[in-house]
Design a protein around this ligand. Structure first.
Ligand code: NAP
Ligand code: ZN
Ligand code: ZN
Length: 348
């Protein structure tokens, strides 16, 4: 076994603390990765705190993983020691179902193997994530990080980057299209940068005025403070696409449906801890769509990394030490992060 060090939660209320555990030795198609950096996604907080149902503990969270290959199993062909690689939200899928066969393995009909807060096929070993110094992953679920992207900035692309890239591509954000990004946190700010790089006109819909300057610097064309409904009225029937990254149920979806053009789409990305109540009238009256999207497939994640390397699209990050994670969680909840915390796992 490989000795691993990390930080883990032992219950929904424990917070995170240092934790030693074991990783398996690599099987023939597996890669051992020395983790250098791991991003903090709001999903980590939801799961650490059992906000989406009871989680598995002890839990080492983290699915925005960037590191260097330490060694590879006997039959690995895609990677070798020294390669710069990443791991995202899932580490396996059935590989057989209709969705997996179309490279939509993020929608695997058998359910993906989540990087953490999930159980191995043996039914008892917990999978543990990236707030640690080492991980062992099948080569087919490992991503190549272009050399142009430094590892600390690469980490958030593995979830925040792909989660916005996939719907932006699917709903054809491009030149001539008007895209709204609702909520400019870790995911949202990547949405701004990627949509701008794809050539779309980008409008940030934010609950305060604090991020205006940053948004414009990142490539947004407009910035709207959503708590003032007069501001929203100016954008009625305006957008081709709105992506909602807000992790809270305290927003009135009708206000945002009304901003869509005929036939346009609002995509749910943020996962609130409570159900949303929706009045369907604004959808009905303008044949609008309300859709959802979860991360992206492995093939598309590689495409996104290559796109970001080519167009120099990288997140704004604040690098922290492992012992600052509990404090960082509080700041994420207060929307006080510019714009993604990344843990320096070399310091664990
Ligand atoms: P984050 O960094 O906390 O950003 C969320 C942003 O939403 C905040 O910065 C804030 O932006 C806005 N916001 C937060 N609370 C709000 C409230 N009460 N009312 C209105 N606006 C509020 O979170 P994240 O890491 O980007 O994740 C966002 C959500 O996406 C989480 O629920 C996460 O679990 C989910 N997620 C989904 C997927 C997927 O595949 N679908 C993947 C990853 C994460 P402003 O200050 O601009 O208003
Ligand atoms: Zn995530
Ligand atoms: Zn499948």
């Amino acid at each position: 076994m490989i000795q691993a060090k990390g930080i883990a939660a032992t219950s929904a209320k424990s917070g995170l603390a240092p934790f030693s555990f074991e990783r398996r030795n690599p099987k023939e198609f597996e890669v051992v990765i020395d983790i250098k950096f791991c991003g903090i996604c709001h999903t980590d907080i939801h799961q650490v705190r059992s906000e989406w149902g009871e989680s598995y503990y002890p839990m080492v969270p983290g699915h925005e993983i960037a590191g260097i290959v330490r060694e590879v199993g006997a039959k690995v062909t895609k990677y070798k020691a020294g390669d710069q690689v990443g791991v995202g939200c899932f580490v396996d899928s059935c590989r057989e179902c209709a969705n997996c066969k179309q490279d939509l393995d993020n929608y695997c009909l058998e359910g993906v193997a989540l990087t953490y807060n999930s159980v191995e096929k043996d039914g008892k070993t917990l999978r543990q994530g990236g707030y640690s110094n080492v991980i062992v992953v099948d080569e087919n679920y490992v991503l190549r990080i272009p050399n142009a992207i430094p590892l600390d900035k690469a980490a958030p692309l593995l979830c925040a980057g792909i989660t916005l890239y996939s719907p932006l591509k699917h709903w054809k954000a491009e030149r001539g299209k008007k895209v709204g990004i609702l909520g400019m946190g870790g995911l949202g700010h990547m949405g701004v940068k990627i949509a701008a790089a794809l050539g779309a006109e980008v409008t940030v819909l934010s609950h305060s005025d604090k991020k205006r300057e940053d948004a414009l610097k990142m490539g947004a064309h407009n910035f709207v403070v959503t708590k003032n409904s007069e501001n929203l009225k100016k954008y009625a029937n305006y957008f081709d696409l709105i992506i909602n990254t807000v992790p809270s149920a305290d927003i009135k979806m009708e206000d945002f449906f009304n901003l869509l053009k005929l036939d346009a789409t609002l995509v749910a990305i943020g996962v609130p801890d409570k159900a949303l109540t929706i009045n369907p009238s604004p959808l009905i009256m303008m044949r609008r769509n309300y859709a959802g999207s979860v991360i992206g497939g492995i093939r598309e994640t590689q495409e996104m990394l290559d796109f970001c390397g080519k167009h120099n699209v990288v997140p704004e990050i604040e690098v922290i030490t492992p012992n600052q994670v509990n404090e960082a969680y509080e700041r994420v909840i207060k929307s006080d992060v510019r714009y993604r915390f990344v843990i320096d796992m070399r310091l664990i």
